[in-house]
Design a protein. Structure first.
Ligand code: XBP
Ligand code: MG
Length: 245
């Protein structure tokens, strides 16, 4: 195993409540009487990508756009405002890393293991979260940032992971992906990357049968048979790659 590729939302941190708050704030700003409840959002999250999620909601409620600009531009305007609200929440330090994530990154850094990000979320969101949780130089930990609209087809399509592999210049079998959702698991597996899942607040009822390992958080992997999170992930990767042969 030469690299770990991290998903962001739900994996690095429990960010989706901040996203939901930002979406609702943007709808209010644009005079739209939509307010996504936690129940609504669990279903809406099955559509990856904030702009795609807004459009899916519009379709679901039969929204008709009568503004001067094309619908695509109108959605982009709402989403840009949402992204501003979201990054303000994150910059304020409201959302910490999930248990074990910071420890694993430090273990990877010390071991010289390469790290990358493959996420559906928008680039400003990643930068805000990494700086707020890992400090101003936090982004230097990641050799590759593969995110948002850099690819046409978002998760569960493999494109965002294939882009990360290309930029790492590594074959899938030398990497391990960390995910929190079924869409993310499908994306990484479609790129043929061994995947470990830490379910998050909105994905705890997803089917993770195809994951190499499912653990409540990364922190649980340390101790027991393995002295560190990284050694547990190395063992999982080795076992999965061998089994695939
Ligand atoms: C999760 C997503 C994103 C976020 C919202 O991404 O699907 O759409 O919910 O962010 P991942 P945007 O789990 O791959 O990190 O509004 O910027 O899309
Ligand atoms: Mg995720």
């Amino acid at each position: 195993m030469k690299a770990i590729i991290f998903d962001v939302d739900g994996t690095l941190a429990e960010t989706e409540e901040a996203h939901r708050e930002a979406f609702n704030g943007a709808f209010e700003k644009f005079g739209l009487d939509w307010c996504w409840s936690q129940h609504d959002y669990r279903q809406l999250l099955k559509t990856t990508g904030g702009k795609e999620r807004i459009r899916a909601h519009m379709n679901a409620i039969g929204f008709t756009h009568d503004g001067p600009q094309p619908l695509k531009d109108y959605i982009a305007e709402i989403h840009a405002h949402k992204t501003g609200l979201y990054t303000s929440i994150i910059d304020g330090g409201a959302v910490p890393l999930r248990p074990g994530v910071g420890d694993l990154m430090e273990e990877c850094r010390r071991a010289g293991l390469r790290m990358a990000i493959a996420t559906t979320t928008s680039q400003p969101n990643v930068i805000s979260l990494v700086k707020a949780t890992l400090g101003g130089h936090g982004m230097e930990l990641f050799e590759v940032l593969s995110c948002g609209d850099m690819v046409a087809k978002k998760k569960p399509a493999p494109d965002i992971y294939l882009k990360a592999l290309e930029e790492l210049d590594l074959p899938a079998q030398n990497c391990l992906a960390l995910e929190d959702s079924l869409n993310g698991l499908k994306s990484a597996l479609a790129a043929r990357i061994v995947t470990v899942v830490t379910p998050s607040i909105y994905t705890d009822d997803d089917d993770f049968t195809a994951a190499a390992l499912v653990t409540p958080t990364l922190a649980e992997l340390a101790g027991g048979a393995h002295r560190s999170i990284l050694s547990a992930l190395r063992a999982c990767h080795q076992g999965s790659v061998c089994a695939a042969r």
